[in-house]
Design a protein around this ligand. Structure first.
Ligand SMILES: [Zn+2]
Length: 346
């Protein structure tokens, strides 16, 4: 039996038995060919599926999934996909490393009650991490007025664009989705888009040409719009909103990342680019309210990673396990539709 077969079996069994099982019970239920569990595999399960073995029944440890409290994966970018699936009434991908964010669900319930979300716009500006607050503590204030729930998250390692966005939109850590460096293959694993399609959502991805988001999620039931640069991305999203042609739109912009590599993360050029992302988000937010006003909706500001100054070269970079590169904030906003059909749905 391979490790991934083992993980699949254990995960499915524990999902069906939320109170947990002892190793002996698991071994019998799944006819596992091992007398004792392999410590290395157990460790991997803790990181990847949130296996929790902190409680005992008699002398035996209880194996259960602690989807809420798993510190390894809970507060990383991996939380985005399972949380969006829960809000949009879709099944989560069969494997996710992340957990549904309780904070986000509570905020959704506060605004929407138990009703599902019907429309979602995710705005993903490259490299807009928490490091920007060191130079301007109020930089995200305009974002928060539109999307007030802030979720502090860690990027995944290494904090590079395709690695991070793959984790964000699959819910998987890099070892599981397979993009572990700056490379942009089409993902073979299940993604958010694969799970939203059967839920009946019409999806669009609007991204700058040859960017990670433009490439790695291809081949799904999604309308792909490849644009020359950020301005064209924004114009395209505005026109899609006006047409009402999609329920879920992912928009990617990259001027800040380009500028920080050319100069540094705090240069006036880079800060100007950051301001462009923030004002574009405001423009899109306005259009979301105008054209999606009758739907329960999400507006999400979701960058991938941060950046720092390369001490030797003096310009901006990212990819290290340091707070400047790893810490990001996502901002979630929920709005209630003005005349919602089927409040309780299905
Ligand atoms: Zn970059």
């Amino acid at each position: 039996m391979t490790y991934s077969e083992f993980r699949k079996l254990v995960k499915a069994e524990l999902e069906e038995n939320p109170d947990g099982k002892t190793w002996k019970q698991l071994r019998e239920a799944l006819s596992l060919p091992y007398r004792t569990p392999c410590p290395e595999w157990v460790k991997k399960l803790e990181t990847e599926i949130g296996l929790d073995r902190t409680q005992k029944r008699g002398k035996s440890l209880i194996w259960k999934l602690d989807r809420w409290a798993n510190p390894h994966v809970n507060e990383t970018l991996c939380t985005v996909t399972p949380t969006l699936c829960a809000l949009l009434g879709a099944e989560a991908p069969s494997f996710t490393s992340g957990a549904i964010s309780r904070k986000v669900i509570q905020e959704a319930e506060r605004v929407l009650g138990k009703a599902l979300v019907q429309r979602c716009l995710v705005f993903a500006p490259d490299a807009m991490g928490s490091h920007l607050r060191t130079i301007n503590p109020g930089i995200y204030q305009p974002v928060m007025t539109l999307a007030p729930l802030e979720l502090s998250l860690r990027a995944v390692l290494p904090p590079k664009t395709p690695v991070c966005f793959a984790s964000m939109f699959t819910g998987l850590i890099p070892d599981m989705h397979g993009i572990r460096s700056y490379e942009k293959p089409v993902l073979a694993c299940e993604t958010l888009f694969d799970t939203l399609a059967p839920a009946g959502l019409r999806m669009a991805i609007v991204a700058v040409e040859d960017s990670s988001i433009d490439l790695i999620f291809r081949g799904r039931q999604v309308d792909y719009f490849t644009e020359e640069y950020d301005q064209q991305v924004v114009i395209r999203v505005l026109s899609l909103l006006e047409k009402g042609s999609h329920d879920f739109i992912l928009a990617y912009c990259q001027e800040y990342d380009d500028a920080l590599h050319r100069t540094d993360p705090y240069s006036s050029e880079a800060l100007k680019a950051a301001e462009h992302h923030i004002s574009d988000f405001a423009r899109l937010s306005e259009a979301v309210d105008l054209y999606w006003g009758s739907f329960n909706r999400i507006l999400l500001f979701a960058p991938d990673h941060g950046a720092h100054i390369d001490a030797q070269k003096g310009n901006g970079t990212h990819g290290d396990d340091i707070p400047e590169d790893m810490e990001v904030s996502h901002f979630w906003g929920f709005r209630k539709g003005m005349k919602v059909e089927n409040d309780d749905t299905q």
